[in-house]
Write a protein that binds this ligand. Structure first.
Ligand code: ATP
Length: 500
């Protein structure tokens, strides 16, 4: 629709003849024309209709043109205001123009061609003002919809706004979600946010890392087992599927799962039913699935690491997390968030980053993404005395050569600055800083009490697993080894016991 056709004009003059001739002259123009014989009548019309341009005579009985337009300026500031006046009456008109109450004037006696030209200019101004107001309003709407924190995510980049929106939409639905993105970008955080945004939030979110558990034990980890199902299965045990009943099951690194087990997972996703390892009994649960991988899913399908039918069952909603270097200024916001967090954890005082350190954070490539940034800030807090984290501390903890750091600071990032090809590791890892204090030396045993180191290890592991109610992942975390190490050892003991 042509906006000019919607333009409304109001002429105010105490002489009906002038109003009639103006109306007649503009009959074929694309304007809707209103007329009024006094300021009071004009204001009443302005109350009833949205008027774009008002043209008023100056000399009128009761309310003068100047008074009338001053009231219009106050009550209808978006209306363009013009005066119709003789050349001899300019003094107070100039004041009114200077005060912004009147936009322009038309000369009396008037030439109709001049009136049309001036009106056209006034209409154009009106349209520009309307366009500016519309842009301002939509900018305001956009600004107020921007989130800099979302569940446990920090960052207000446009790329992350799209992720937040997708999570908001996906969360309350029952649809399965497939999350992709490079390592350390927050895929687990996204799964957590989806669960919290869902109607299942009061039920468990059970996370299984398919890369951390050997394939032969994964089935039992997910579906559980019955006593005697395999060597080491000393009791009946529920798996993640049962624990997640009513809630969400998050299968991280799904591309690492054995293909045969993927077939069983497909059946589980389709029917909600499964059998515990060693049991013929069918069990049914109500579980929503979220999966993640840092592989490109179609490549994983081509490489026969991911079943295509399973992928399409799970990929109802796809969420892709961008690499940290694709997120505008998020790296700095996240670094500040971690600086506050680790200052508190380490009971130290930090006020922020030096300007050059901020530049380094913004220009570095972050191949290990948010996890690398998190570990780096923790190590900086541990290794620095504060109160500022400087570029030197960052450079040292990132193990950057001074020339590389300088190149980044000079703006030669994005591949021109020589960078390490593998993710730089902080010199003091978080795992190292989290080591428990060594145990007190035990009483010295007699020679006959001494058993092999392997036996000592086995006893320690079995004790830990029993203390954790058969939860191998928790026991592994307390023993500070990966779950796969424990599973491998349990497998070896089983093989020895059965003579395999
Ligand atoms: N936007 C963010 N704001 C704050 N913390 C974040 C953000 N993204 C990730 N993190 C933190 O970074 C760490 C890594 O995140 P997460 O484990 O979710 O990544 P991931 O993509 O699942 O990694 P992987 O592919 O290795 O499994 C976590 O400690 C997480 O809390």
């Amino acid at each position: 629709m042509d906006p000019v056709t919607n333009i409304t004009l109001l002429f105010v003059d105490d002489e009906p003849l002038i109003l009639r001739s103006l109306k007649r002259a503009l009959k074929h123009e694309p304007y809707t024309v209103y007329t009024a014989q006094s300021g009071e009548e004009g204001l009443a019309l302005l109350e009833q209709h949205p008027i774009d341009v008002v043209v008023s005579d100056k000399m009128m009985p009761n309310m003068s043109g100047i008074e009338f337009l001053a009231q219009v300026a106050e009550r209808f500031p978006d209306t363009i205001r013009m005066m119709l006046t003789a050349f001899t009456e300019v003094e107070d008109l100039i004041d009114a123009i200077n005060q912004g109450k009147v936009w322009g004037y038309m000369q009396k006696p008037f030439e109709m061609s001049n009136i049309k030209l001036t009106l056209e200019q006034a209409v154009q101004t009106k349209m520009l003002v309307a366009e500016r107001n519309m842009l301002r309003a939509s900018l305001q709407r956009y600004r107020s919809s921007i989130k800099s924190q979302f569940y446990r995510f920090v960052g207000d980049s446009i790329a992350m706004q799209m992720v937040y929106k997708a999570i908001e939409k996906a969360g309350p639905s029952q649809a399965n979600v497939f999350i992709t993105g490079p390592s350390g970008t927050g895929k687990e955080l996204a799964a957590d946010a989806i669960h919290r945004a869902s109607t299942r939030k009061d039920k468990p979110l059970v996370c299984i890392n398919c890369a951390a558990i050997p394939s032969e034990l994964m089935e039992s980890e997910i579906f559980g087992h019955i006593k005697g199902a395999f060597s080491g299965a000393v009791t009946n045990r529920d798996g993640a599927a049962t624990q997640a009943d009513g809630g969400t099951l998050f299968l991280d690194e799904i591309g690492e799962m054995d293909m045969n087990l993927q077939a069983k997972i497909l059946r589980f996703v389709q029917s909600g039913t499964f059998q515990k390892v060693g049991s013929g009994k069918e069990e049914k649960v109500d579980v929503r699935f979220i999966c993640a991988t840092n592989r490109e899913p179609h490549q994983a399908i081509a490489d026969q690491r991911l079943r295509e039918d399973l992928f399409y069952r799970l990929n109802v909603i796809a969420i892709d997390l961008p690499a940290l270097h694709e997120r505008d200024h998020d790296a700095l916001q996240i670094a500040q968030h971690f600086l506050s967090k680790f200052s508190e954890v380490e009971n130290k005082v930090f006020v922020g980053f030096s300007p050059a350190a901020e530049q380094l954070i913004l220009r570095y490539d972050w191949p290990g993404n948010v996890r690398q940034l998190e570990n780096l800030i923790h190590s900086c807090v541990v290794m620095s005395d504060g109160p500022l984290i400087t570029e030197d501390t960052l450079q040292m903890q990132l193990k950057l050569k001074p020339s590389d750091a300088q190149a980044l600071l000079n703006g030669q990032s994005g591949g021109t600055a020589p960078m390490r090809s593998s993710p730089p590791q902080p010199s003091l890892s978080v795992q190292q800083s989290g080591y428990a204090a060594p145990q007190q030396a035990a009483e010295i045993p007699s020679e006959s009490q001494i058993c092999s180191l392997a036996e000592v290890e086995r006893i320690a592991i079995e004790k830990a697993i029993a203390a954790c109610d058969d939860n191998v992942v928790k026991a592994a975390s307390l023993l500070q080894v990966s779950p796969s190490t424990l599973y491998r050892k349990m497998q070896q003991w089983g093989d020895k016991n059965t003579g395999a």
